[in-house]
Write a protein that binds this ligand. Structure first.
Ligand SMILES: Cc1ncc(C[n+]2csc(CCOP(=O)(O)OP(=O)(O)O)c2C)c(N)n1
Length: 312
């Protein structure tokens, strides 16, 4: 399969899964707060296509896309959203706490910037154990305002750890625009202070993201240390939940419309045939229906349940 087709398929799959989640959210079968990734799919698709299954991704609460792009089980994710025992976190974690160790989804965290320290810790473990893996730390522009952001960049640079830092700069942290939160210095430019090579890419261009991620992952694998990729992108829906938030008056409608015109999936539509598009959509829809049916008949967790690693 061509790279273009696999990126298109990965993005469309994320979009269709999340559109389904948004559509059924009001029915209250989904038992957790849900931060949708719609609009940002180019970043996860581009980065994950440059990784192997053994490589690790640690991300934040807006991570259905990352979990799916890295190869996490859709059934286990939907079961988790429904709060069922067969969910990837046993039904106790919800949308913000996804994990699939076999697929290299180390975990997603509700703590802004929390996934960064998980990825850096994983890279340190790889170094100590002599494993040739790459750890990807995914975070939003809001994480740049957190203490661990500095600590993780500093430590990873000092130890030349095999980490790829991926900043999804979607210009907003909940209801606050970037310009009201940070000085006007581009995030990737701040990497000079840490001695970390960095690049700004169009996050809605999955091929450009892929190119940058492949270079950064190769650098990490060859022992040349961390890199940072700042991906400019935009979330289409409200911070948390299935709705548009323009009517709330925080985000200008023109800003959202401008970014919708730069949809990462539409951008690659001409690279697949109508027949391929139809067949991808049909296969994904079957997969989604299977996952929903599985979640609806899955058992609820026992109150006494503990995660498998609890006894270690
Ligand atoms: C350490 C910490 N501080 C504050 C919060 C509250 N909080 C939840 S989401 C969010 C905005 C983060 O925005 P960003 O990192 O840009 O990611 P985005 O939601 O835009 O994907 C904040 C401040 C939190 N979860 N964790």
């Amino acid at each position: 399969m061509s790279l273009e087709r696999s990126l298109y398929e990965a993005m469309l799959r994320m979009r269709m899964v999340e559109e389904t989640i948004a559509a059924i959210y009001p029915d209250r079968e989904i038992r957790s707060p849900t931060h949708l990734y719609i609009g940002q799919e180019g970043v996860a698709a581009g980065v994950c296509a440059a990784l192997g299954r053994q490589d690790v991704v640690a991300a934040n609460y807006r991570s259905h896309g990352w979990y799916l792009a890295k190869g996490g089980s859709l059934r286990a994710m939907v079961d988790e959203l429904f709060g069922r025992a067969t969910g990837c976190s046993g039904g106790w974690g919800g949308s913000m706490h996804l994990i699939d160790v076999d697929a290299g989804v180390m975990g997603t965290s509700a703590i802004v910037g929390g996934g960064m320290s998980h990825a850096v810790g994983s890279a340190l473990a790889d170094r100590i154990l002599g494993r040739a893996q790459v750890s990807v730390a995914v975070f939003g522009d809001g994480a740049v305002e957190e203490g661990p952001w500095h600590e993780c960049l500093n430590f990873a640079s000092l130890k030349r750890l095999p980490v790829v830092f991926v900043c999804e700069n979607n210009l907003w942290a909940a209801f606050s625009p970037l310009k009201d939160r940070q000085p006007p210095v581009e995030i990737h430019e701040r990497m000079k202070a840490y001695g970390i090579p960095s690049e700004l890419v169009d996050g809605n261009d999955a091929l450009a993201v892929h190119r940058a991620a492949a270079v950064a992952a190769d650098r990490a694998r060859r022992g040349h240390g961390p890199s940072l990729i700042e991906c400019s992108t935009y979330r289409w829906l409200e911070h948390c939940g299935p709705n548009d938030d323009v009517a709330q008056g925080f985000r200008p409608a023109e800003e959202l419309e401008g970014w919708k015109a730069r949809c990462p999936i539409l951008r690659m539509r001409s690279l697949v045939t109508d027949e391929e598009d139809r067949s991808i959509r049909a296969a994904v829809m079957r997969e989604i229906e299977d996952a929903l049916a599985h979640a609806r008949r899955a058992p609820w967790p026992e109150p006494s349940w503990k995660p498998a690693y609890y006894e270690v």
